[in-house]
Write a protein that binds this ligand. Structure first.
Ligand code: SF4
Length: 744
């Protein structure tokens, strides 16, 4: 029996694994886990299958002609050096682009070794999944709190009223709010007499269980939220409570909200006027309340404004940083700041070469990646590095990106699969499977709705033929640094440990040489974690606080260590230049003017939205038989009224066309979507030539990102717009007579 944290989504559940003969033969929820208490979803139950997937690459591949062939690790790194170095030497660092996929935030290697690689490459062309679905939240939090990683989460376990916008945590288990058993926590709100309300253009499973579900026209949550803000001011419901001394810009927000009366926004968002006012009154009157917005609020034209407004409502109702409202977690590897204030947050330190789009949080919008590859000129992207990403399926107008990747001079991918993206790579470097590496959630423990810490050592012994991801990233970094393909990755491991020890020495006032003798851990990542834990918020300060946390303490507690409910953290957590929550600033005000102008816009007759399913997260999960079995889930949901109007039949095929592309999909007629909205899930479109994902190829589905438009982005964050895409839908049959009458 072994225990470990599930690395497959943000919920960080504890798993209880049965191990036999170097294989995981069963996975169930760890009932003693301090955070998940035995909860498990179908994805976590397949952890053993994922680990042992026969399609998972175990040796590196090099492209020879149109084939990928296995080579030794030394050959693979030599091929990387021969492909990458001449491009850097001849065209400079910006000729190399890098894409980081979502799974990087689920690995220790991603948390510890990507920053050195990015810094060493020195390219401005860094792209990631963040500008696919979450950059608006980072940008709004950057402006409000001074740091784009300072994100408040709903205090689910104590709130009386939860308003959920554009999120389906009953199936996703939450995002940017780590909450194992999110459904159970929602039920608990109701059980203690509270309520939760869902606003979504689809009647999701979360909406089905809610006390109230309101349909909303896709992409218009900012209007609804401004209607709520307007009502709070108009009816004298603004009550900052204990926040009063920590907030600036309330009067500016009142002015910005002036035009957004419930009557005017209702015409745009399709939420009834009385419910807009009602929501404002209920949020203001509830003993505690929290507004939580996610994917559907970020992947839209006004994503940053919507994310900002979520927090504005939380502030104006006095619910920021108080129990039952939204609060700032304090993770074990994070050191609390001594005082409020900092440099604040800004974007645009550089701009993309072709479209002139501003840098945000050190990266450029992935919606412009194809432009940078295709457009000739100085600093044109000629080489591409991907780490755990499949942008050919996950980014807008992916057909164009797919073609662009075919024109690169060189591409290397760190990835366990030969998928729709990595099939273009000259070299594929597969990391060892998750059961053979340690796990600590650097990202998600900083977003957890209750403070806790857990470390999972490897469950299975190392495979001598495979390579640890930290070693892979270290060797790539050393190649980028010009130190040669054969340089021992221990060189970088040692540099990182020394840097960590210097930070620890500064924090403790002790000599780094002394602290080095006290560091625990067998693996380079474990040693870095131990240092971070020991000087972190609950750390043992290298023995000075014997009851504090260290790697050894986490190893001795395989079900995790509970660190208690979230605590108020204002003002210490604020890094704005004023040391306050800055509600208003020039970039936000300018974008509100754009939103105001959109009040009078016509809306499209039919728009496309995505949808999430419990058994799917990233595209690679479609290679697990247990997660794709059963009915086809990659279908086009259409409201009955639209089906009638468009002569679509349940089970028939439809041709869907947008500015970017066209595809065919099987129709499901359902009132789960509101009229004027059709829905396709994302991450599908498998079976392309050159891929090696047998199960996924047998369940290909269609790629919804053939329809999404790379030319439309959220202007403040550069985030892709993946929801609310104007589309035309036609029944697909050979010849028709009267509408709906199939002749052949
Ligand atoms: S909810 Fe997420 S973390 Fe929990 S078992 Fe499922 S995939 Fe794993």
């Amino acid at each position: 029996m072994a225990f470990r944290t599930c690395p497959l989504c943000e919920a960080a559940c504890g798993l209880e694994l049965t191990v036999r003969d170097d294989r995981i033969v069963a996975a169930r929820g760890d009932r003693e886990h301090v955070f998940s208490h035995g909860f498990l979803c179908p994805k976590g139950a397949t952890f053993g299958e994922l680990s042992a997937d026969p399609d998972r690459l175990r040796r590196p591949l090099v492209r020879r002609g149109d084939q990928h062939v296995e080579v030794s690790w030394d050959e693979a790194f030599q091929a990387v050096e021969q492909g990458l170095r001449p491009i850097i030497d001849r065209y400079g660092p910006h000729a190399v682009a890098l894409y980081l996929g979502n799974p990087n935030v689920h690995t220790m290697a991603g948390g510890l070794y990507l920053t050195p690689l990015l810094r060493t490459l020195g390219t401005r062309n860094i792209f990631s999944a963040s500008t696919v679905d979450q950059m608006p939240k980072h940008v709004s939090c950057g402006y409000l709190y001074g740091n784009p990683l300072t994100i408040p989460v709903p205090d689910l376990d104590r709130t009386d009223l939860l308003l959920v916008l554009g999120a389906n945590p009953w199936e996703s288990n939450g995002s940017l709010a780590t909450a194992a058993d999110f459904p159970g926590r929602l039920k608990a709100i109701q059980a203690r007499g509270g309520r939760f309300v869902v606003v979504d253009p689809r009647r999701t499973r979360t909406a089905e269980h809610a006390d109230e579900h309101l349909f909303i026209r896709p992409g218009t949550d900012a209007f609804l939220l401004f209607g709520i803000v307007h009502t709070l001011f108009a009816e004298g419901l603004v009550e900052l409570g204990g926040l009063a001394g920590h907030v600036t810009g309330v009067d500016e927000v009142r002015e910005l909200a002036d035009a957004f009366t419930p009557e005017r926004v209702s015409a745009v968002c399709a939420v009834p006027v009385e419910r807009i006012r009602g929501l404002a009154r209920e949020l203001a009157a509830a003993p505690t309340a929290a507004v939580y917005g996610r994917i559907g609020t970020c992947t839209v034209e006004f994503g940053t404004l919507t994310s900002w407004l979520v927090d504005v409502v939380n502030v104006l109702t006095g619910n920021l940083d108080r129990p039952g409202g939204v609060m700032f977690p304090l993770a074990a590897h994070v050191s609390p700041r001594p005082r409020a204030g900092g440099k604040g947050f800004r974007t645009g330190r550089w701009h993309s070469r072709v479209r002139g789009l501003p840098e945000v949080k050190g990266e450029l919008p992935v919606a412009t990646l194809a432009d940078e590859i295709e457009t000739p000129g100085d600093e044109q992207v000629r080489a591409f590095v991907t780490v755990a990403g499949n942008p050919v399926l996950s980014t807008p107008n992916s057909d164009r990106l797919d073609r662009a990747l075919g024109g690169l001079d060189f591409m290397v991918s760190v990835d366990p699969y030969l998928n729709e993206t990595t099939r273009h790579a000259d070299v594929v470097l597969p990391p060892t499977d998750p059961a053979r590496k340690g796990h600590y959630d650097f990202s998600f423990l900083a977003l957890a709705v209750r403070n806790f810490a857990a470390y999972s050592p490897p469950v299975l012994p190392g495979d001598p033929a495979s390579m640890d991801e930290c070693d892979i990233l270290a060797r790539l970094t050393l190649i980028a640094a010009g130190q040669g393909a054969g340089t021992d990755p221990a060189v970088l491991h040692e540099q990182l440990l020394e840097q960590a020890l210097q930070r620890a020495a500064a924090a403790t006032g002790r000599a780094a040489t002394e602290l080095r003798t006290l560091v625990g851990g067998d693996h380079p990542a474990e040693r870095l974690l131990d240092v971070a834990l020991r000087i972190g918020a609950y750390g043992d300060r290298f023995g000075a606080h014997p009851d504090g946390l260290s790697l050894d303490r986490l190893l001795a507690n395989p079900h995790g260590v509970d660190l208690g409910p979230l605590q108020p953290r204002l003002p210490e957590v604020l890094q704005t230049s004023s040391g306050k929550v800055e509600l208003s600033g020039e970039p936000i005000a300018a974008d509100v003017a754009r939103l105001r102008a959109a009040l009078g816009r016509d809306h499209a007759d039919l728009v496309l939205v995505g949808r999430r399913h419990l058994r799917s997260n990233n595209s690679w999960m479609h290679n697990v038989p247990a997660l794709v079995k059963g009915r086809d889930r990659c279908t086009l949901q259409v409201h009955p009224a639209d089906a009638d109007r468009l002569a679509l039949t349940d089970g028939g095929d439809a041709r869907v066309t947008s500015r970017a592309g066209t595809l065919s999909a099987r129709v499901v007629v359902t009132d789960r979507v509101m009229p004027g909205v059709v829905s396709l899930p994302h991450g599908w479109g498998h079976g392309l030539a050159g891929t090696r994902m047998t199960v996924a190829a047998a369940h290909p589905g269609v790629n919804s990102n053939l329809l999404t438009d790379e030319t439309v982005i959220d202007q403040l964050s550069g985030n892709s717009v993946l929801n609310g895409i104007p589309v035309e839908v036609k029944a697909e049959f050979a010849v028709t007579g009267r509408a709906g009458e199939v002749l052949t």
